[in-house]
Design a protein around this ligand. Structure first.
Ligand code: PSV
Ligand code: MN
Ligand code: MN
Length: 427
């Protein structure tokens, strides 16, 4: 299914005068050059959508399949991302999770993705669930396991995922392990870490030369006493030992409460070891809520460090890191939720681009704490949504993607096509 360009044009016509008025306010207050630079960076910026977030999610207490019209296979998942990309021109990639996704007909999958101008971002392996007919169980871990045969099975799976991703044009493997322990004494920490490193080394040597490995960390869950890659220190240690194709991946929901994520981001970037993100938001743990829905200021502060650090290293904002969402939806239409997440990320990026950086640097040099805070909060509290909308307009997308999605009654169109009782992931 496709959105006709005439619908986008009609929608934009109906909003254009209000949009121009809001943009004009910004033009009065900020230099034209800074605004133009930000708009171009926003046009270029793309965020990958996780294939597993396109259907209704669930918790361990249940799953309510209330939406309907969810994608039934990988091609329909790609079509859904294509729809988002048509609406916002900022969702130009999909991240697959194997074996929740089984890319069987590679030519067809590439054809569907090509139709919507989508790329394949990092492929994710899964050794946190036992697969049907598998010889060994991951109950006591995968790459860390005390039994070499179990480790070997998990290594072979990761290598298979690289092969599948390579056929599609992916350029990165994300490894997230549930490995750890639930009780003191269950695990020899050192041996678990060494086994994990050795296993990752066997996977690492199979990476094509232009690939990256993202080592994702998470403080707890499903193990509740120790997690073998539990924080950025452990991930960075592994990535450093593995080599220059290995990086740390920051999932915003994977920290202990009150962690200073923006500081972690800035140091990883400084060390050249920041691989990318799983964006989401949380109040308590790995809540996987809509990005920017709980802590938008934190999201802005993270982007503030990114813009500062990437400019200092002369990195390409759009291409040099993996920008991905990792979310789950229990009460919202997943597509609406993803539109909100992308919007929040773009806005945080726009705000960060508009920070008066020379003034901030100077305030920091003078230890002018009050001025530094004023600079950041002034930018955060200025309404830069028109910049994000303008970027969409220039990329032939919708001024208000969510409004157009609702106006077109798109969910009901999907339900009519795919049916009411659909499920999409292996969750
Ligand atoms: C684990 O909590 C995680 O963040 C990893 O990225 C997994 O791949 C994903 O969630 C699965 O939903
Ligand atoms: Mn994640
Ligand atoms: Mn997670």
């Amino acid at each position: 299914m496709n959105i006709e360009q005439k619908h986008i044009a009609q929608h934009n016509d109906s909003l254009i005068s209000a949009h121009n008025r809001k943009l004009a306010y910004l033009k009065e207050d900020f230099p034209q050059h800074d605004l133009e630079r930000a708009i171009q960076k926003l046009v270029d910026f793309q965020i990958a959508i996780p294939s597993w977030a396109l259907g209704t999610g669930g918790t361990r207490f249940g799953r309510f399949s209330i939406i309907g019209g969810e994608p039934r296979n990988i091609e329909e998942k790609i079509e859904d991302v294509g729809l988002l990309h048509q609406l916002n021109a900022s969702s130009g990639a999909i991240s697959l999770h194997i074996p929740w996704d089984i890319p069987q007909d590679v030519a067809k999958i590439k054809e569907v993705a090509g139709r919507f101008g989508l790329a394949f971002d990092a492929v994710n392996s899964n050794t946190f669930q036992d697969q049907r007919d598998a010889a060994h169980s991951y109950k006591f871990g995968s790459l860390q396991h005390v039994d070499k045969a179990v480790r070997q099975q998990a290594i072979a799976h990761n290598i298979e995922v690289i092969k599948q991703g390579d056929k599609l044009g992916s350029k990165a493997l994300t490894v997230w392990l549930a490995d750890g322990s639930c009780f003191p004494g269950q695990l020899n920490f050192r041996r678990a870490f060494e086994n994990t490193l050795q296993s990752l080394e066997e996977i690492y040597v199979q990476l094509p030369p232009d690939w990256k490995m993202f080592v994702e960390y998470k403080a707890f869950e499903p193990n509740f006493y120790s997690t073998t890659i539990g924080d950025w220190g452990q991930s960075l240690l592994l990535a450093s030992k593995l080599g220059n194709q290995a990086y740390t991946l920051v999932d915003l929901g994977h920290h202990l409460p009150n962690a200073n994520i923006e500081q972690i981001v800035s140091l990883l970037l400084m060390e050249g070891k920041l691989g990318g993100f799983h964006f989401n938001d949380s109040k308590y743990g790995d809540d996987d809520l809509t990005t920017g829905s709980i802590k938008p200021y934190q999201l802005f502060l993270i982007f503030n460090e990114l813009v500062e650090g990437m400019d200092a290293r002369e990195m390409n904002h759009a291409k040099d890191l993996g920008w991905m969402i990792d979310a789950s939806h229990n009460v919202k239409d997943p597509l609406e939720d993803l539109l909100q997440s992308v919007e929040a990320i773009m806005l945080a990026y726009a705000q960060a681009l508009m920070v008066d950086r020379p003034a901030l640097n100077s305030a920091q040099q003078r230890n002018d704490v009050v001025r530094a805070q004023e600079i950041l909060q002034h930018t955060f509290r200025t309404d830069f949504r028109p910049l994000v909308a303008e970027a969409r307009l220039r990329a032939n997308a919708a001024l208000s993607p969510l409004a157009l999605y609702r106006d077109l009654d798109y969910r009901n169109q999907l339900i009519r096509k795919r049916g009411k009782n659909t499920t999409s992931t292996g969750l």
